[in-house]
Design a binder for this molecule. Structure first.
Ligand code: ATP
Length: 560
């Protein structure tokens, strides 16, 4: 039976990744270790570029986001407060026939033991009842291996941001609304790692926690809260229309009006959580477009109310059309004030902020208005405390105390969380860049070769630099000069081995957008072309002649 086309593509991608040094199986010489992957020379560059672009876009190019780099192992109470110790689990079943262990919701297909990128049907043996399996990797801190020394490898980077919220707020001199960004490793002991790097046990995340004022605070200061529709000129795409029964609540992108066609992406003081949430969905999609994932490859999935975590107001998954199905690349959740509130309760340290504008505005509110806002804030806080198991009377008392804080200019910020996986994005970029061309040589033999059409901003190598001939010292000298001119500014690869056609083909397969060739005209064979080079474009083979003195300025805006 012929294999489905998608599986064939996935196998080609896995094999290219190994052959060209993008991704290797971890510990391959010992037979590998399931769910762990290493990035080779080209993969390491690609990954670095992606993380750097995310960091630049999310922090350096904004006034309202600060960065953080926290430890992987943190105080275990953090994971108690976040809910990971008690609820971060998948349902697991054992097969009584083949003795395999599976996620209860994924027993139809499992990764093939020989080729992990390929899914195969699982045996139909009788299964045990599902048991909750906590996904956190556990370790011990210090020499004694007892209960008190248990710690966890972080299953997400986000919690460190909440735990350090006050320190960052004070040292960065930010004021709400503002965000804290972090990129780093996360670990999940996934029951069945699958689909190459898509579901790994060690991976990297790029997370932003963007802290905003609760709607009651915005209303007290601005009079009313702008709806997402007012903020963007259109209803938020996909929401709040619930999905029809049996159909996924997802839609191709492109329905929302965007900046450049009349709407604004400029944050306004009267934005509440809905507008901020929509804003971050739009910003993140813009980011993906900017690194070469067209909208047609993405989908927005607005989680249905029954799918949302109890504290979440909304959550949008940005999905990518992977060869094995349309799956999550990033989640963007409006998480209310849940996280900071949890850390406040568990650590006993205040997580609220003081806002002079609120205090002044509150004093001027008509009583009817301040009573209404007080009551709404109180109800939300009481609901949260009650859900967390605080007795009704104590919940009412604490909620009232929180609501009384509004008049003093105090509140706990809410948060919007865009959370992306680096490894899934790398896989999406490679999938999207993968293309094949069939070429027939002068003997009539047809060959298929691969071109990775990466956006120049993410491409591992920005320019291949090559002398036309290796055995002409003047050409080699000049080519090395060109390489050294570009090298401080971008990753270049000097190549003088083999015919120029083969060298171009090698760079095409590595995804290098430009090849710079130094030939006899560069040396002045045609005087009018002296000190110019040929720049060849990867995607269409087009060539342009450019003066060496202008080359850097020509390349820089294209690759950054
Ligand atoms: P999934 O439902 O696919 O397991 P999730 O909803 O649990 O993902 P989050 O907890 O929201 O994922 O994590 C944020 C991002 O981190 C995901 O969108 C994904 O890109 C990445 N991620 C999560 N788990 C893994 C994993 N096991 N391997 C690789 N990336 C992951």
């Amino acid at each position: 039976m012929a294999e489905p086309k998608e599986n064939v593509l996935m196998e080609k991608i896995v094999s290219l990744c190994k052959r060209r040094g993008f991704i290797f199986q971890s510990s391959e010489i010992y037979g590998g270790i399931n769910g762990f992957w290493d990035y080779g020379p080209l993969g390491a560059e690609l990954k670095r570029n992606v993380k750097e672009l995310w960091w630049n876009t999310m922090t350096r190019q904004r006034d309202d986001v600060a960065g953080l780099e926290a430890t992987i192992i943190m105080h275990p109470q953090i994971w108690k407060a976040s809910g990971h110790v008690d609820t971060f689990s998948d349902p697991m079943v054992d097969c009584k026939t083949c003795k395999g262990r599976f996620r209860a919701d994924q027993t139809n297909e499992i990764p093939c033991p020989q080729k992990p990128s390929k899914m195969v049907s699982e045996c139909h043996g009788e299964k045990t009842a599902p048991r909750a399996f906590n996904l956190m990797f556990q370790t011990y801190v210090g020499p004694v291996r007892d209960e008190s020394a248990i710690a966890y490898l972080r299953p997400e980077t986000a919690q460190a941001i909440f735990a350090q919220f006050k320190n960052v707020l004070e040292t960065s001199r930010q004021r709400v609304p503002f965000g804290i960004a972090q990129v780093g490793k996360a670990f999940r002991n996934e029951v069945t790692p699958r689909n190459f790097t898509f579901r790994s046990r060690e991976f990297e995340q790029m997370e932003l926690e963007f802290f905003i004022k609760p709607d009651e605070v915005v209303e007290a200061i601005c009079g009313r809260v702008a709806t997402a529709a007012e903020a963007f000129g259109v209803p938020p795409s996909g929401s709040p229309e619930p999905a029809k029964a049996g159909t996924p609540n997802s839609q191709p992108l492109g329905s929302a009006k965007r900046s450049g066609d009349g709407s604004t992406l400029n944050p306004q003081p009267n934005w509440g959580w809905e507008a901020w949430h929509k804003y971050w969905v739009e910003e993140r999609i813009k980011f993906y477009e900017g690194i070469g994932l067209p909208r047609t490859t993405l989908e927005e999935y607005w989680q249905k109310p029954e799918e949302l975590a109890h504290y979440a107001r909304a959550c949008v998954d940005i999905l990518f059309k992977f060869p094995f199905g349309t799956q999550e690349l990033e989640g963007i959740a409006a998480r209310s004030d849940f996280d900071l509130s949890q850390h406040e309760r568990f650590s006993g340290k205040p997580m609220g902020v003081f806002d002079e504008e609120l205090r002044t505005a509150w004093a001027k509110l008509p009583k009817e208005k301040s009573d209404d806002l007080w009551r709404r804030y109180y109800e939300n806080r009481k609901k949260y405390l009650f859900k967390m198991g605080v007795a009704e009377e104590a919940a009412a008392r604490d909620a009232a105390e929180d609501a009384n804080g509004l008049a003093k200019g105090q509140y706990i910020p809410h948060v919007i969380e865009p959370s992306a996986g680096v490894d899934r994005l790398i896989l999406a970029l490679i999938t999207n860049a993968y293309s094949e061309v069939a070429e027939t040589d002068n003997k009539g033999k047809t060959d298929t070769r691969v071109i990775l059409k990466f956006h120049p901003r993410v491409a591992p190598v920005k320019a291949g630099v090559m002398p036309l001939l290796k055995n002409k010292p003047e050409l080699v000298k000049k080519a090395m000069e060109v390489r050294d001119r570009l090298r401080p500014w971008m990753n270049v690869f000097y190549d003088d081995a083999g015919s120029i056609g083969r060298r171009y083909a090698r760079q095409d397969e590595a995804g290098t957008p430009f090849c710079v060739t130094i030939d006899f005209d560069t040396l002045g064979e045609k005087p009018e072309l002296k000190d110019t080079v040929t720049v060849r474009f990867r995607d269409d083979g087009r060539q342009e002649r450019i003066a060496i003195g202008e080359l850097l300025n020509w390349l820089l805006p294209k690759v950054r």
